[in-house]
Design a protein around this ligand. Structure first.
Ligand code: FES
Length: 154
């Protein structure tokens, strides 16, 4: 009888350990290692005076390889939205959290919309509707010596 209980506990322990280890392995591999290990690199995007007094400003950026030093072997181009909601200034990534399309800002509705599946976000990046599972990503922003720097994972 004691032996039977011991074997039952041993089997339960084995399955519990297997489930835990399996979950950790799945979580590890489902989050790309490239993103996992990358840190933010700050780039000078604009002068402080060019910050929006209020509302949303789209910034198209292009960094040439020679500006980036040895970090990249290609130019880095993209879009970022700078938002001033009168309480704070922050940067939002335009990448939709559903399947990665680029959102655009609709001034009339005062919201970001995704052209792919109708995802909608408010100016804080919070999901208003559609399939996106998470808010837009906030990128770190800092102002130093009259310059606005935004952090990107490259
Ligand atoms: S990719 Fe934006 S809603 Fe699907």
């Amino acid at each position: 009888m004691i032996r039977r209980e011991f074997i039952k506990k041993l089997i339960k322990g084995f399955f519990a350990l297997t489930a835990t280890v399996g979950t950790i392995i799945i979580a590890w591999f489902s989050y790309p290692s490239g993103i996992r290990q990358k840190k933010y690199t700050f780039f000078d995007l604009m002068d402080e005076e060019a910050l929006p007094v209020r509302g949303v400003k789209r910034l198209d950026y292009l960094f040439k390889v020679d500006q980036l030093g040895s970090k990249l072997s290609r130019d880095l181009a993209g879009v970022v939205y700078i938002v001033n909601n009168t309480r704070k200034i922050y940067a939002l990534s335009p990448v939709c959290t559903h399947l990665g399309c680029f959102v655009t800002f609709n001034r009339h509705k005062n919201e970001f919309t995704c052209p792919c599946h109708g995802g909608r976000y408010d100016t804080e990046g919070v999901v208003l509707g559609g399939p996106p599972p998470e808010p837009l990503t906030r990128l770190p922003l800092k102002v130093e010596n009259g310059k606005v720097f935004v952090g990107f994972k490259i």
